[in-house]
Design a protein around this ligand. Structure first.
Ligand code: FES
Length: 98
């Protein structure tokens, strides 16, 4: 569904998305990395279990909630990727972390 522009930088780093090592462009957000490498939902809702995916990409809609480096409920559109980052789709309500 999404693809990089052909003149985009060749520089890459590796992140782990749902357990799979993928190559992404430095400066990408976790949400952009998910959209580029997954098709379909990146989380499910707590009540109905309906699938959602990043929408606004600017911190407003919260449809990009995901688990990043073991921390649930992270807004993926506001987190810049780093080498080795572990990004997982979030299923339902992971609860509130103290
Ligand atoms: S995509 Fe809307 S808050 Fe992240």
């Amino acid at each position: 569904m999404f693809a990089l522009l052909p003149d985009h930088t060749p520089e890459r780093l590796t992140v782990i998305i749902n357990g799979e090592a993928v190559s992404v462009v430095p400066g990408f957000t976790a949400a952009a990395a998910m959209l580029l490498h997954l098709s379909g939902a990146t989380r499910t809702t707590a009540i109905s279990g309906e699938g959602r995916a990043p929408y606004c990409m600017m911190g407003v809609c919260f449809d990009c909630l995901m688990e990043i480096n073991g921390e649930p409920n992270q807004q993926g559109c506001l987190v810049i990727v780093s080498a080795g980052m572990r990004i997982n789709a979030q299923q339902g309500n992971p609860g509130v972390q103290a």
